[in-house]
Structures are given as C-alpha cells and as structure tokens.
Write a protein that binds this ligand. Structure first.
Ligand code: IVH
Length: 678
C-alpha cells in the first residue's frame, strides 16, 4: 500500500534522524553518504510540495531564514556553575580529603573523568522532545539566546531520539570547533585575505556570536554533552533519571547527544591521577582542544550531600593542564637561514612557561605573517605551544603596545652570506640566493645529509658539522668522505677515539638504500615518503635522472612543483658533479625491482582519503593505495577518481559529492583492497 505524503515525510525524518544519530553521536555511520543525501533530497522535495507539513524539528530546517537583529537574553532556570581548579597531584589529594571530611561515612569514592573541552558552555532546552532554545552561559544566571546558531550544529538533535524522554530536559555541554575544521577555516580565511582565528575556542565563540545562522552552518562546530540542568515531568515535578552521573550521561547519549568517548569511571584519587597522565599524553592526538580534566563524584546522592560553595559544586574539580598559550614580550627577531635558503624570522622572547616547557624562541613563519600579526619589537604577544609543535606567536596584545615598539625590518640580503634574498612570485617564503656559497645552507644540508633518516652517520651531530665547516675541513657533503683521523684530531675537543669512530661511521654509512640516498640529497619537496616513492617507481638512479616532468608527475605524492624541483635538480651541472663524487666515494645501494603493471592495478588513478577509518589510520590507507600504484592527493579536484571517506569527513567529501566523484566508505574500501589481496 502506498503511503501518504505525511507518512512518507514522517518516515524520512525518522530515518534521517537515525542516520544522524549513528554518524554524529555514535561515530558509526550506517549508510553511505550518497544514500543519506538521497533521503534528504526526497524530504526537501516533499516538504516544498507540501509546505504545510514543514515543522521546526524537521532535519531540513537547520538553517533559519533571516539573520537576527540582536541577541535575546535568557534567564537560566538553574544557574550554570563554574568549577574549582586543581593544578597538581597535591591539589587533587586535597580535593579528595575535603570530600571525605564532609561525608558522614568513610568510603571509596567513584569519580567520572571527562576531558575538559576548550569551547563554549551551552544549555539546550527540550520540551516534549523538541529543541526549544540554546543559550550561552553568560554570567551563569543570564545568558544569550543562540538557538538560531545551535540549530545548525549537526551533532545537536532537533528532536530527541526514542519516546521515553522527560517533558522538560535541559542538557548542558560544550560547543567547540574540531582542530581540523579550525585549521581548514584559517587556511580559507588567509587565502581570502580575511582575519584568521587565534585558536579553536575563539573560532567557536566567534561563530556562535554571529546573528546570521548561515555563517554557523558553513563552519563545522560540534557539541558534546557533559551535564544537565532542569529535568521535569509534565506536571513540572523534578525528575531524577538515574542515580549516577555517568548513567545520566549515557541516557543523554540514547536521547541523541554526543558524549565524550574518553569518559571513564574510576575509584579513588590515585586512579584520577593515572587518568590525568593518560589523557595528557593523548592530548596532541585528540581531534579537539582540551585544557584539562573534570573529575566529578559519580553518585548523585553524594553530590547532593556535598552541595555547592559560592558558584561551584564541591563534588567536582577541573584539573588544569599546563596552558598552551601564554603571554610574554618580544625582545627581538633573528632571521634563520634553512637548508634550501628559506629565511625564517624567529621571535626572541622573554622566557615563559607554556605547554609544559620554558620557551624563549618562537617562529614567526615568514614576511606575510609578520605583516598579518602586525607584530613589533617590544610588543606583548601571545605564544602558543601545543604538543610537540614548534612554538609560535599567534597574536599581539595591541592594548599593551609600548611607545617604543619598533617595526621589524625584513632583511634584503642574507644575514649569513650577504647574497640577495629573493621571493618567488606567489610563494610565501623568501630565500637566500647564495646556495653553495652560503655557509648556513651548506651547514644545514650537511646536517640533513648525515641525519638518521638520511645517510645516518652515527655521531655526526649538528655541533660537529658546524665545527667542521667553520674550521674549513669540509665545504660540501662529498668532503665528509675525505675526512681523516689525523685532520679530525686537530679540532677542539676531538679525541682520537671519537675521530676513529666518526671515520668508521662515515664508512658504514656508504652502504645505504636508494630511498635514503635520495632523501639525503635535500631536493626541495622531496621528503622521506616522496624519496621512497621515487625509489620504488624508478628502481635505480639513472632511470630517475632520465625522467621527464610528465613521468615524475605519475609518481605517488609528486605534484607539479615537486616534479619540477626533482627535474631541475638532476639537470643542474653541480648536481651531476655531486652525484658522481658521492658515488666515487663508494656510496652504494641495491637497485630495486620495479613493480610490473599487473602489480599496480590502480596506476594512473588519483585517490583522496578523508575522515577517520576504523580499521587503519589514514596514513596506512594511503600507503596501501600507493602500493597498488594509485596516487594519493590531499585535496579533491576534477582530477580525483575516487574518495575514501570515513566518519568525520567534511569539506572534501562535500566537494566530491559536488563534482560527482566516486565515494567509497570503509567497507567498500576494504573490499577494494581485498580484491587485490592487499
Ligand atoms: S562541568 C557544575 N564538564 O569548563 C559543573 N565543564 O571551568 C559545570 N567544561 O563552564 C561544568 N568540559 O564550559 C564540565 N566535561 C566538562 C567540561 C566542562 C568543559 C567547561 C565548561 C565550564 C567550565 C568550568
């Protein structure tokens, strides 16, 4: 029996909401995106044919029509509280002691451990299962109504899942911008000459502050639930939905909210400290910024007994991580010359403790970045150090600019060899043109040549390379192999034993692999992976030397710029000399058997991998495609043949859909690999 439009609409909404739930809340997509899009298009078509059937909780109604004129104020039904902080293990032990001293009976306490998301606190109010209002925390009593923006966030249900929800449900949590979306946003902003955000938190706050919901709809925000406010039945009577905080969160997940997969319940403060160490180590890998951990007593009854002190609950604490951003002063700027002549301005800072270490240098990237930040010497600046990433200056505190702040002058000539500095049209980087006559470039290329992933000369560290060049013992990488024990012993602090060891290490380094040798040459755009792909593709040096740009372009990971650099390198007269002298020194490697066409079934095809895969990480997926001969690109274009998309895929997937590129979900991708028995 065929259904009425009304029934069909209800069915479509139900399945779209189900798919959303699996995708955004459980991270477990149930249908390929193409199928989801078909359902959405069918619903849109039916709703436009029958406008009277449109309801505010329909998944088509995420972006409201008109921008607001101003934000409305919202009085929170129950105040939104803040948290007391702990900064070390002693503070945490004090916290537990305080709890135990307040409880009637001595007991082992269970805590819920949750990442402290660095975003914007939010309250979401549902009446009879339908989203009514989204509001910011504001001062805890009065916030701002941002319903129009909240509705655009895909991980926030417009309608709750199931039918066992209370009449009134207020869910609380954090809205944040994932790191990858933040980076993508900033890349686009910079390309369009717009102002980037200093960090993901500012990006989330700036987005939610927009009056026009279309802006939030274009940016990728997410919401994670960590608590609740008012919950009542239809008579307005307060309801307790479970007796453990962790169980309440799990119930919220069943109703359609994302909860943090890192949430754990542990017993006692020692286990809390273990969780702290675990999450601190995991922090750089997480797809979102966190600034600590929130520990909460799990038992709701005990929470009630413990109560509140001023604006914070006694039963919870935020154990803060070392800040990733700090404020300090810019003392000066040095210009460093890299291996390829790239000039990097390096900020000399008043030392500051940030991201767990003391930082006194930070990168300013390039000339454009100095202009964009409008940074001057003596300015007060914000430095950021996240994980192992090189510290960088992200912002100037303009209000604190002193009268004697002076402009940073980018040099016209190399600070090391005085050759002119050149900037290629369209490139951000300025370079010293001195090449082999530039002491800095020579030193850096020798350091690179000797490094572990290149020729791996044991014991030849950066300091020793500088000493060898400064003392005139070597001028190029080939000179390394002419070093003799006697000469080395003339160096300060070089004993005979160390000199012998170095000569032996140089001798041992001569037996290498083709890939390592290629990488050691320091050709621009040829990193470790590209060197390995070139080696696999050509098998031996003379085949690579004869390759033209077109042939180079068919190698995995090699784009037009890289292909040109490789071609230019092998056609420059000094490179020929260098290669000959290195081989004359006795450097050898076994040639590689080049794979036959039959072993490369995906040859000539370009793939893009996006989102996260369950059975392997993206770099493995990329390697396996490359092993089958495919080229794996970083962005989707008309030249892309196929996109492998896992959950969390965003703009690349959208682009593929727009261009009609074939899309594989993980299951389909695995069967493709199985087909070729990978
Ligand atoms: S609970 C009554 N849990 O931290 C307790 N807060 O410093 C209220 N935050 O304003 C907060 N992640 O914006 C809680 N898992 C988490 C959190 C979290 C981030 C933020 C929240 C709050 C601030 C308090």
């Amino acid at each position: 029996m065929s259904s009425t439009p009304e029934q069909r609409i209800a069915l479509l909404r139900q399945s779209i909401n189900q798919h959303n739930y699996h995708y955004y809340v459980l991270d477990d997509a149930r249908v390929p995106d193409a199928e989801y899009d078909r359902l959405m298009r069918e619903l849109q078509a039916l709703e436009s044919e029958h406008p009277l059937l449109i309801s505010a909780d329909s998944p088509t109604q995420r972006v409201g029509a008109e921008p607001l004129a101003a934000f409305k104020q919202v009085q929170h039904e129950l105040p939104m509280l803040s948290l007391d902080n702990a900064f070390n293990a002693d503070d945490m032990r004090e916290f537990e002691k305080r709890l135990l001293s307040r409880l009637d009976e001595p007991q082992a306490l269970s805590y819920v451990c949750e990442p402290k998301l660095d975003g914007i606190a939010i309250s979401l109010l549902y009446k009879d299962g339908v989203l009514q209002r989204g509001a910011t925390r504001g001062d805890g009593n009065v916030g701002e109504d941002i319903t129009h923006n909240v509705r655009t966030i895909a991980s926030i249900p417009l309608k709750l899942v199931g039918d066992d929800y209370p009449a009134i449900l207020e869910v609380r949590g954090e809205i944040y911008m994932p790191k990858r979306s933040f980076e993508a946003y900033n890349e686009r902003a910079l390309a369009a000459d717009e102002k980037p955000f200093a960090n993901p938190r500012n990006a989330a706050a700036g987005t939610l502050r927009q009056l026009d919901p279309k802006i939030a709809a274009q940016r990728h925000l997410e919401m994670c639930c960590y608590g609740y406010g008012l919950i009542t039945d239809s008579d307005g009577q307060p309801l307790q939905i479970a007796d453990k905080h962790s169980e309440i969160l799990k119930q919220c997940q069943r109703w359609g909210f994302r909860i943090n997969p890192e949430m754990r319940v542990v017993s006692g403060v020692a286990a809390c400290l273990e969780y702290h160490d675990y999450l601190l180590a995991k922090r750089p890998e997480l797809s979102y910024d966190i600034d600590g951990i929130v520990f909460k007593v799990d038992d709701v009854e005990l929470q009630k007994q413990l109560g509140f002190v001023s604006r914070a609950p006694r039963w919870a604490i935020a154990h803060k991580f070392p800040a990733e951003e700090e404020i300090t002063r810019l003392l000066g700027v040095d210009f460093q010359v890299g291996r390829t002549g790239a000039i990097t301005p390096v900020a000399r800072l008043e030392p500051v403790f940030v991201g767990g270490v003391t930082v006194s240098n930070a990168t300013l990237h390039n000339r454009d970045e100095i202009a964009r930040l409008d940074v001057r010497i003596n300015d007060t600046v914000i430095v950021r150090r996240a994980g192992d990433v090189i510290p960088k200056v992200v912002k100037v505190v303009l209000e604190r600019r002193p009268d004697d702040a002076s402009l940073i002058v980018f040099p016209e000539s190399c600070p090391v060899c005085e050759s002119p500095i050149e900037r290629v049209e369209g490139e951000a980087i300025s370079r010293c043109t001195g090449a082999a006559i530039c002491g800095a470039q020579v030193k850096e290329s020798i350091k690179h040549f000797a490094s572990r992933k290149a020729m791996d000369v044991d014991g030849l560290g950066d300091k020793l390379v500088e000493q060898l060049v400064d003392e005139g013992l070597i001028k190029s990488v080939a000179d390394l192999y002419t070093l003799e024990v006697e000469k080395l012993c003339t160096l300060e602090r070089m004993a005979e034993k160390s000199a012998n060891n170095l000569v032996a290490a140089l001798e041992a380094s001569k037996q290498t692999t083709f890939a390592k040798f290629l990488f050691s040459l320091g050709i621009r755009e040829v990193g470790e992976a590209t060197a390995s792909n070139l080696a696999q593709h050509y098998g031996n040096l003379s085949a690579l030397q004869q390759a033209d740009v077109e042939s180079l372009l068919s190698v995995a990971d090699v784009g037009p710029v890289g292909a040109q650099h490789v071609y230019d390198f092998f056609h420059a007269p000094h490179s020929q000399e260098l290669l000959e002298s290195l081989q004359a020194c006795g450097i050898t490697w076994p040639d590689i058997k080049v794979k036959s066409e039959a072993e490369l079934p995906l040859k000539g095809l370009t793939y893009v991998v996006t989102g996260s895969l369950e059975t392997m990480d993206r770099s493995d997926a990329k390697q396996r495609l490359q092993d089958l001969g495919a080229k794996v690109a970083g962005s989707v274009s008309k030249k892309t043949h196929c996109v492998v998309a896992g959950p969390g895929a965003g703009s690349k997937l959208a682009k593929a859909q727009e261009l009609g590129v074939e899309i594989l979900d993980e299951k389909m991708f695995l069967s493709l690999l199985a087909q070729y028995q990978q």
